[in-house]
Design a protein around this ligand. Structure first.
Ligand code: SAM
Length: 231
């Protein structure tokens, strides 16, 4: 069983997700205490896709983040570089059109999507600035970006309790439910090392996106960053 380290070598990250693929969705539900369903609804609302629009869900994994789009009739393209995650997704929802793709070098034409969304993927990418620039390249002028990622709880006391959950309780629970508990130690460490809401917004803007804003979910455990590609 493999886990990635914080330098996030693409080969290690893809292998780690290959290992957790079979039990990924059930483990997610348990570890997030069911909050993940609420976060997915918020992403759908923030992307606000209109009928006929094309949405790229990059780092879609098993497609759980793409399903809400497909289920409302939006043309969503779920893409990921873990073939293991794509295989599990394809077994479950063959209609989704899963595509192998690396966020840092997307196999899509310039200006080919109305929106790009990424849920719980950016934190795992080795060069997030390169990925954010790629998202701008494949977006049409006026296209939207919505990044859903773990972030920093805004309340100091809650932040302390959450940090203890992350570093102590979460790895213990993962040992019971995950096929690769070590990868959940990586999850906890990578969340702690991730830029906070403001710092991530600055990186998004520096990659060529305009009107960058964010919204906290579950007290800032998760943040949704939204931006628009200038016309
Ligand atoms: C935590 S899962 C999230 C899956 C899905 N979006 C969801 O919300 O359930 C993170 C996914 O990011 C993918 N990933 C990480 N780095 C990537 C990259 N550079 N290109 C494409 N996918 C990547 C992993 O393979 C994994 O499937």
């Amino acid at each position: 069983m493999s886990r990635a380290s914080l330098d996030k070598q693409p080969r290690d990250v893809a292998a780690m997700f290959d290992d957790v693929a079979e039990r990924y969705d059930v483990t997610n539900d348990v570890l997030s205490l069911g909050q993940d369903r609420l976060w997915r609804r918020a992403v759908l609302k923030a992307v606000d896709a209109k009928p006929g629009e094309r949405v790229l869900d990059i780092a879609a994994g098993t497609g759980t983040s793409s399903e809400p789009f497909a289920d409302t009739g939006v043309h969503v393209v779920p893409a990921d570089f873990s073939l293991g995650m794509l295989r599990v997704g394809k077994e479950r929802r063959d209609d989704l059109g899963f595509t192998a793709a690396d966020a840092m070098r997307l196999p899509f034409a310039d200006a080919s999507f109305d929106a790009v969304t990424m849920s719980f993927g950016l934190r795992n990418v080795a060069d997030i600035d390169a990925a954010l620039r790629e998202f701008a390249r494949v977006s049409k002028p006026g296209g939207r970006l919505v990044v859903c990622e773990f972030s920093q709880p805004v309340n100091g006391a809650f932040r302390k309790v959450y940090s203890e959950y992350l570093m102590e309780a979460l790895p213990r629970v993962a040992r019971k439910v995950s096929s690769n508990p070590e990868s959940y130690v990586y999850l906890a460490e990578s969340i702690q090392a991730w830029p906070d809401q403001r710092a991530l917004a600055t990186r998004v803007a520096a990659a060529g996106w305009g009107s960058v804003e964010w919204r906290n979910l579950s007290g800032g455990i998760v943040a949704l960053h939204r931006a628009v590609k200038s016309a």
